[in-house]
Design a protein around this ligand. Structure first.
Ligand code: 6R9
Length: 656
């Protein structure tokens, strides 16, 4: 770990020299809910110094069935927020708006990839979510049960999520790009009884056969008793008698009244799997009140949500960004949220901008990798559209390079929209570091300052504070409401992964530095987690998939800087003696990984090696491999065998 933390990824060195500064545009600030730096500073100070009072006050933004008696019980690393209270997040996201002035306000606007558009008002959402919840009830789903969701982006996935929340069932959404094996593992680990899926989804003009992938997964997961299938594409799919049910047929049988279950503040709301440094993904558990308040408050202030906004977060619901900022955050605030099913370049590379203009999107939140793709495709495609309704832009998922930030600012924001670069994680539940757009000046490439109640610090691996300007580990010194509470079924791993590196602090796994103005600059992961197109992938997960192939004896995965994806995946592989190594084996292995985990984990390059370079204690010398992957002049597949023995001997000293 020591050596790892000091290495700053070379692609981010440009941000170290960044000195441009963009104050909040006056017009934006004048109507924002927090409109000056002084106001932010005062609120922040109070949130840290008098945090119980601050959070007790903010918690009034939620509707409670029964008020809480204690704001926080903190027993490192176990937090309990708002104990004694009961509430329901579906009620907070839907019912309370449906009954009031927002009843006829649009809650969701959905656009399918082929072009159809559907929208639902809060009143309609209220009816639909109750019907959906009744369908789940009929399948025997009750409070505490785990329900897997494997779907594309549609109003139905939002209904599925909210229906679970309404009943107190714990949703486990698995991204629709994951393969059968990955879905099966996640359903088995979280002991799901029910799976909600769809016949197929549209992606780049193709149908993704979600139901048949789900079938393969369910075959391997005996605990799954029922599969509820949303008919999205009208595709013929085999339905297993007694196990599989069409959603539309079930909906026809139920009433539209289903009361929201009163949930304890600390009752689990969902489990979401994310990659860690071991082969097995971690099922992070988020609970009700703290998560609800965290996502609601960050959406309100960081996106400066106003009543008339049309808000669009382009993330898939299968990622934490989709949970927090497609579903819960905007709906808890009674906002109008846009959902888009498909790819940004279908049928043309200007699809997003066409959507922005047609639906009058005012807040747009996406990932740096997407911005870099738009840059590559060319500004001329963007310039065909007015984009005049946009007033705020956001980014998430990976560090944004200043060049991409400036392009976003100029070409999409027309130099008028503040950009909020939001740093956070699956584990943190809600945004942790980001500018409050009407109050905090931005610098391209910096996530700027912490959100209320968040106390980040840069430390050495011994936990000593690092002075401004120097890189170190990013830790969080205080608990915050939306923090994950545990890893499902594995509290020891929760403690070990997040609370043992720097005792008493939450260890993020990210490297960062703070500048003289107190601004945070994120520098990427310091552990064996890759960030490919804003998606987290564990190197061990891909390695385990590779060694499951009969011809592979050993594999090591490293990331290398990639202009588009942030990081690309390079696999060093040694094979069974006598195996012929050639391009076709490399292709076979790439396909194999895609089949095992999902296309997002497909290696960009396979390099065959006699043996992997290791230290005397048997640890793979990843730093050496990373260096080779990044600087190696060999482009594309390298099917020659590499002999590491010489280099390894030379390097052994530094690694140990
Ligand atoms: C929300 C999300 C978390 C990891 C995190 C960090 C990277 C996310 C970032 C960022 C720099 C930002 N990350 N946002 N790095 N600047 N604005 O992406 O969650 O999928 O769990 O990934 O992503 O490395 O540790 P998750």
């Amino acid at each position: 770990m020591a050596a790892e933390t000091t290495s700053v990824p070379s692609s981010f060195t440009s941000s170290l020299r960044e000195d441009r500064i963009f104050p909040p545009p006056a017009e934006f600030a004048s109507q924002a809910s927090i409109r000056s730096r002084e106001q932010y500073d005062a609120l922040y100070r109070r949130s840290i110094e008098d945090s119980d009072a601050f959070w007790a006050e903010q918690a009034q933004l939620l509707d409670w069935f029964q008020p809480f008696h204690t704001v926080l019980e903190w027993n490192v690393p176990h937090a309990k927020w708002f104990t004694g209270g009961t509430l329901n997040l579906c009620y907070n996201a839907v019912d309370r708006h449906a009954k009031g002035a927002r009843a006829s306000k649009t809650a969701l606007i959905w656009e399918g990839e082929p072009g159809e558009v559907r929208s639902l008002t809060y009143e309609e959402l209220h009816i639909e979510v109750q019907r959906f919840a009744n369908v789940l009830k009929n399948l025997g789903v009750k409070k505490g049960d785990r329900v897997a969701i494997y779907m594309g982006v549609s109003p139905e996935i939002v209904l599925a999520v909210l229906a679970c929340a309404r009943l107190g069932a714990v949703h486990n959404v698995v991204f629709g790009g994951f393969a059968a094996h990955a879905l099966a593992d996640r359903m088995a680990d979280s002991e799901c009884r029910v799976l909600i899926t769809q016949d197929a989804g549209f992606r780049r003009g193709q149908e993704v056969p979600l139901k048949s992938i789900a079938d393969e997964a369910v075959e391997r997961t005996p605990g799954v008793e029922h599969v509820l299938v949303y008919r999205r594409c009208g595709r013929e799919v085999p339905m297993k008698e007694g196990r599989d049910h069409w959603l539309h047929e079930e909906l026809a049988k139920v009433s539209s009244e289903c009361p929201a279950e009163p949930m304890d503040s600390e009752d689990p709301l969902f489990i979401l799997y994310t990659s860690g440094t071991t082969g097995k993904p971690k099922g992070l558990v988020h609970t009700t009140a703290g998560y609800g308040l965290g996502t609601m408050l960050t959406s309100k202030y960081i996106f400066d949500l106003q009543e008339q906004d049309v808000y669009w977060c382009t993330a898939d619901v299968g990622w934490i960004t989709g949970h927090s900022y497609v579903v819960y955050g905007p709906l808890l605030n009674g906002a109008t949220a846009l959902l888009y099913e498909g790819a940004p370049n279908w049928p043309e590379v200007d699809r997003f901008w066409d959507i922005v203009d047609r639906h009058k999107v005012s807040i747009f939140y996406t990932a740096p990798t997407a911005i870099r793709a738009f840059m590559k495709w060319g500004a001329e495609h963007v310039r065909k559209h007015s984009l005049s309704t946009l007033r705020l832009l956001g980014t998430v998922g990976e560090p944004i390079n200043p060049e991409a930030w400036m392009w976003y600012h100029r070409e999409i924001g027309h130099e008028r929209c503040p950009i909020v670069d939001t740093w956070w994680q699956t584990e943190t539940g809600s945004i942790m570091i980001a500018p409050i757009p009407g109050a905090v000046a931005t610098k391209p490439g910096s996530a700027t300052l912490p959100f209320f109640g968040v106390l980040p610090e840069i430390v050495t691996k011994e936990g000593e504070p690092v002075p401004p300007g120097h890189g170190g580990l990013l830790v969080i010194r205080k608990p915050w409401p939306a923090m994950a509470r545990t890893i499902y079924g594995n509290p020891d791993r929760y403690q070990a992964a997040y609370w043992s590196e720097i005792p008493g602090s939450y260890f993020t796994g990210d490297g960062a530095r703070r500048d003289e103005d107190g601004y945070f600059w994120l520098m990427g992961r310091v552990d064996d987690v890759l960030n490919v197109s804003g998606h987290r992938l564990g190197t061990m997960e891909i390695e385990s998939a590779l060694v499951a192939h009969t011809k592979v004896t050993e594999a090591a995965i490293v990331g290398r800087p990639d202009d588009l994806k942030g990081e690309g995946i390079v696999a060093f592989v040694s094979v069974v003696d006598g195996t012929e190594v050639d391009k076709s084996l490399a292709d076979e292995l790439k396909k194999f990984v895609a089949k095992e985990i999902g296309a997002l984990a497909r290696p960009d390059e396979i390099r065959f090696t006699q043996a992997l370079p290791k230290t005397r204690s048997g640890k793979i010398m990843r730093r050496l491999l990373r260096e080779l992957a990044a600087t190696g002049d060999v482009k594309g597949d390298t099917t020659t065998l590499e002999d590491f023995s010489v280099v390894a001997k030379l390097k052994e000293k530094d690694e140990e």
